[in-house]
Write a protein that binds this ligand. Structure first.
Ligand SMILES: [Zn+2]
Length: 121
């Protein structure tokens, strides 16, 4: 079984590197969940599951993508200005949010607050 928490963690790492200016974004090509799910039209993707929408609608991604094209229009989508950094951070935070929800489910969490303040068990 695919570990969706791990996939989201890979995605968080990607956006953190983008925020640090250490890499660019190539969308579907280098998005960890897309690499697994996009070919299936996003079926089973944790992001699509979370938003209830496919192709990353309902996430901060369209705003990032739009800003990259409108403001920079460069081959590489990466952090060029403060707005880029804000949008990349929103995307990273959204990935963290999904990871945390998945993690709570995986831990058998019927109680959402579980595990935040106390160790397992
Ligand atoms: Zn920018």
């Amino acid at each position: 079984m695919l570990n969706k928490v791990k996939i989201m963690e890979a995605s968080i790492e990607k956006w953190e590197k983008i925020m640090a200016g250490r890499r660019s974004d190539s969308g579907v090509v280098d998005c960890p969940p897309c690499r697994i799910y996009y070919m299936l039209a996003c079926i089973g993707c944790p992001i699509a599951w979370y938003t209830g929408k496919k192709f990353c609608r309902g996430t901060p991604y369209p705003a990032w993508h739009h800003h990259q094209i409108q403001a920079h229009d460069k081959l590489l989508k990466k952090v060029y200005c403060d707005e880029c950094l804000t949008l990349a951070k929103e995307m990273r935070d959204f990935m963290v949010e999904i990871r945390d929800v998945l993690k709570a489910e995986q831990d058998g969490g019927k109680d959402d607050t579980r595990g935040k303040n106390k160790p397992h068990g």
